[in-house]
Design a protein around this ligand. Structure first.
Ligand SMILES: Cc1cc2nc3c(=O)[nH]c(=O)nc-3n(C[C@H](O)[C@H](O)[C@H](O)COP(=O)(O)O)c2cc1C
Length: 176
């Protein structure tokens, strides 16, 4: 019964639509408890609660949005070193194909790795020439069946991987 958080930033609504589809996909996995929250609504308690997280951001200048970065920067004192071992993935809406959405996903995955998340991509093709190796990426809002499937597949896979996580273990940190 994994707890899944879909956390997103969105100004014009495109990434928000992706997030709703990612959450829909996560709910396909039996027993998943799914929270869908914007970066303004989410708190450290949501991060602690989740076994798996999908983080979505609009692509801004080839990276994640400053609001999403700020959220994680501000969590550093409270959460860093205390949430290792959860599962994470990324998604992004950009203005156009080739506009850097995968770079935005990679920036997000690096950020999650920094907090100790186990990050993943998906090798499936969900349509002709459409895959999500680094996370789900869409130009603008998801419109086509394949674009919707890309977001849903990410959420479903997240819930399945997070279900394997098992009970959190106490880690002895060896800080020098
Ligand atoms: C400050 C800013 C920077 C952006 N940088 C990029 C970019 O590097 N590449 C791109 O394809 N689109 C870029 N865009 C367009 C957004 O990624 C795109 O409109 C996205 O769909 C917005 O998502 P949202 O509706 O969730 O806010 C940028 C938009 C803004 C406002």
């Amino acid at each position: 019964m994994p707890n899944i958080l879909v956390l997103y930033d969105s100004v014009t609504g495109h990434t928000a639509k992706m997030a709703a589809l990612v959450a829909k996909g996560a709910r396909k996995a039996a027993g998943a408890d799914v929270r869908l929250k914007s970066v303004d609504q989410a708190s450290a308690a949501d991060i602690r609660w989740c076994d798996g997280i999908a983080v979505g951001s609009p692509t801004y200048l080839g990276s994640l949005s400053w609001r999403m970065k700020k959220f994680w920067d501000e969590m550093q004192e409270e959460l860093w070193g205390k949430i290792d071992g959860r599962v994470g993935c990324a998604f992004s809406s950009s203005g156009g194909w080739g506009g850097g959405a995968e770079l935005s996903c990679l920036s997000t995955l690096i950020l999650l790795m920094n907090y100790g998340f186990l990050v993943f991509g998906v090798t499936d093709y969900v349509g002709k020439k459409l895959t999500l190796h680094y996370g789900s990426v869409v130009a603008g809002e998801p419109r086509t069946e394949e674009e919707n499937a890309s977001c849903e597949r990410l959420g479903e896979r997240l819930a399945r991987w997070a279900a394997l996580r098992g009970a959190p273990q106490k880690i002895d940190h060896q800080s020098l």
